[in-house]
Design a protein around this ligand. Structure first.
Ligand SMILES: [Zn+2]
Length: 137
């Protein structure tokens, strides 16, 4: 039996506090985000919880116009796929750009996490989750 190093509850609580937690492999030094039970590079389970610095680069994005109930109040909005500086990726709400102003110029721009928004009854886990909020640097 493999234990989860980083539980969903701990991860979510930290996102709401503006911190991105992930894992670092003690065998190959790979930074892992989203968190997993094993290192995707070397398959080791010898992982430590670390705090990512919260900065990264927009890899791609989408504009959400028909939003799920927990973000209807802020739709339309931009959800970005962000390559974290340490490695790995995260999905987050890009909050300082109007959805109608989104263009391909956003790709490659540097961003920083500024906080988290609670997601009531996450559809995957059935419990409350969080989505990180980013702004351009
Ligand atoms: Zn590894």
């Amino acid at each position: 039996m493999i234990d989860y190093k980083l539980t969903f509850e701990t991860y979510t609580k930290n996102l709401l506090g503006g911190r991105i937690l992930g894992l670092k492999c003690n065998k190959c030094s790979n930074y892992i985000h989203p968190p997993r039970m094993i290192c995707p590079k070397c398959y080791s389970t010898d992982l430590n919880i670390i705090e990512f610095n919260g900065t990264g680069e927009i890899n791609t994005f989408t504009v959400v116009r028909v939003a799920p109930t927990w973000m209807e109040d802020i739709a339309p909005l931009i959800i970005a796929h962000i390559k974290l500086d340490e490695g790995g990726f995260i999905l987050g709400h890009l909050s300082d750009i109007e959805a109608d102003a989104a263009s391909l110029d956003l790709i490659g721009k540097k961003v920083k996490m500024i906080g988290g928004r609670e997601v009531k009854k996450d559809i995957i886990s059935g419990v409350n989750g969080a989505i990180p909020i980013f702004q351009l640097l």
